[in-house]
Design a protein around this ligand. Sequence first.
Ligand code: NAP
Length: 316
Amino acid sequence: LTEVTGPVPIPGDGEALVRLAYLSIDPTNRVWMREEDSYLPAIPIGDVVRAAGLGVVVESRNEAYAVGDLVMGLLGWQDFAIVDSGEATAQVIPPGLAPTDILSIYGSTGLTAWFGVHDVAAVREGDVFVVSGAAGGVGSVAGQLARLAGARVIGIAGSAEKCRWVTEDLGFDACIDYKREDVGARLAELCPDGIDVYFDNVGGAILDAALANLAIGARIALCGAISSYTAAEPPAVRNTFELVSQRARMEGFLLLDYVDRFPEAVMGLLPHVLEGRIRYAVEVVDGLERAPETLNRLFTGDHTGKLLVRVSDVAD
Ligand code: NAP
């Protein structure tokens, strides 16, 4: 990554200038940095790193944006961004929510958990629900939503402290420390009748262990596979025959496909958050220059919940 300095861009006709306030630090930023295209084209060498962010309009030549509007979109790792009102640039956010909430519980993190739990996995009363990346942004919310839907919830996370947080503070029923415990053996112990829903954030060996412990008719919501994002070779998954023998369904999903339904998820999350039934952690790191090291923390696991970078205090 190279830091580039230049003059603040001047908005043309139909454009607006946005001053960045916060960046959302997401595993998918790393996916977009790979050489090959994924569900979006790879970021070309020399381009600004693509990332979701929130900022304030400081100059506008587009009637969709007024100076002072709070906007969210793929604003990138930069101090200022030019936006237009074309597809997928920046949406104006109505006032009333804290910027850090807009990029966490009411942003891609909370919304991904919502659609994964309710839509893809269709969690119901009595399900045994297992989630990996359990102390991360998406996983911590997914587990709580599943519990509110009546499931017994088991997390998988990378330290004893993370396991303590999800069980004692968030109300998960159990948690497996995958760095110190045998995940397959612990899943067999904790889910003697098998897993009804596995919400997968990590892929690889942990997905394999979950596949080996499915209940008949299990559903697997494939949300992410962070164990493969920086690997030279994607880790092998061996236990796919279990899908056949357990008549199970495994389905990937992308939040991008739910854009029209975002208001439904925000309205669904709001009462749970306001009434304290869902808790979440957000850590804000100051300074755009710290975005690369903050992104790396998603891969070392050196954080709990959602990571944001504060680029300026313009929205505080
Ligand atoms: P996160 O879970 O807050 O952070 C990533 C966590 O992954 C780390 O804290 C680390 O926790 C764990 N991890 C890192 N490397 C690992 C490995 N090799 N094996 C096992 N665990 C590892 O990140 P997030 O933003 O909430 O995203 C979680 C997942 O959801 C990611 O896979 C992401 O790509 C996916 N996602 C998908 C969508 C979608 O539309 N489908 C949208 C948003 C996010 P430990 O300490 O527990 O290892």
